[in-house]
Design a binder for this molecule. Structure first.
Ligand SMILES: [Zn+2]
Length: 103
């Protein structure tokens, strides 16, 4: 097993996991049990994404690099139209008031 990505939070980890699985890799998340109750955002660095087959490391790192590049360019930080809270671009919905954001 090799750790290929240190996630910012469980949502970030899940997105990276989806990318790896879409690329045909056997990947999984570690550390999500440390993240506390439902709805709580975990502390940084406690959630990581792993692959089970070491030989797939280079392919996994390529996918992760693309994922991180896409995250920066396609998901700018936005502002909620309702409560003016700053929303990370990965989220489709305001974490503060629950309003769905326009794409
Ligand atoms: Zn809001």
């Amino acid at each position: 097993m090799i750790r290929v990505y240190e996630a910012e939070n469980i949502i970030d980890a899940q997105l990276a996991l989806d990318e790896l699985r879409a690329g045909g890799l056997d990947a999984f998340i570690k550390g999500q049990h440390l993240t506390g109750g439902a709805g709580e955002l975990p502390l940084s660095g406690v959630v990581s994404v792993w692959i089970s087959i070491d030989q797939h490391e280079q392919r996994a790192l390529d996918i992760i690099r693309d994922y991180e590049t896409g995250k920066k360019t396609q998901h700018p930080v936005r502002q909620c139209g309702s409560c003016k809270e700053t929303i990370d671009g990965n989220f489709g919905r305001c974490w503060n008031c629950g309003k769905w954001l326009d794409s």
